[in-house]
Design a protein around this ligand. Sequence first.
Ligand code: KPL
Length: 296
Amino acid sequence: MNICILGAGAIGSLWACYLHKAGHNVSLWTKGDEPSITLSLDDLPAITFPANQTTHLSHADLVLIAVKAWQVETATLPIISFIKPSCTLLFTHNGMGAIQGVLPKLSKHNVLFATTTHGALKQNPHQLTHTGYGHTTIGALQQYGHDGSRSISDMLHQALGPVTWDDNIQQALWSKLAINCCINPLTAIKNCRNGELGDPATLAFIDALCLEISSVIHAEGLICKREALFEQVQQVIQATKDNYSSMHQDIYHGRATEIDYITGYLIQRAQARNLNVPLNEKLFKQIKQQEANNDH
Ligand code: KPL
């Protein structure tokens, strides 16, 4: 399959290496204009990918958009005129709401979303470490005529499984959002690894966050029990205890965070449903403050 990956960050690079290893024609598309990019995954031989070439983009059967939520619009809109009608677009990023401005412009394409728990770290622009094996859930945001979506899911499963197809991707996205609402802002504010959120006082705060979050998800017409969510968040804290969350890393390195698409999205949906989420609002303000401090 001809696959073009937008964004050569940790997750985009991880998929690029595994899809290449599985025998696909993989190219990259980045903010830069370099004609090729070399990546080394763990201690495997380096791979040189063609990059930023419109011919590769126009032949792509699949475009994987693996940029941060706040980059989705600026990265995707300029490439739309190059892609063929039968090309499927697959988005993967933390948070929700980032694709809203892009979807109407993709009305003739199949559009999928993948949420993943793989951990990857870019030591430098060329060296990548697969820090944690995870699981990927994929589903359709929009289906148009041609139906190859399940085969794309199978193809991804062969390259970097397990990948499971979910007919209710909204439920999966909300579940991931709920976990990110708990872990990401707290680790950034406390400047700690995920595992350090396990003390009784922090867990009591997380439990209260889960109550607010589950009420919003429930109001959206989806299933979410506070106890089950709290249990799930504790499992993720344990499973990723040595990791720094993506928001921690963004704040630590002075970059913009995905807070608008994580806690910000939750607050927006709560307001639309006349629900109060004061603890989430408090975390949102604290992260915004830290982002502003980073700007100086
Ligand atoms: O998705 C994550 C992130 O860091 O963005 C979690 C699940 C919190 C793992 O670190």
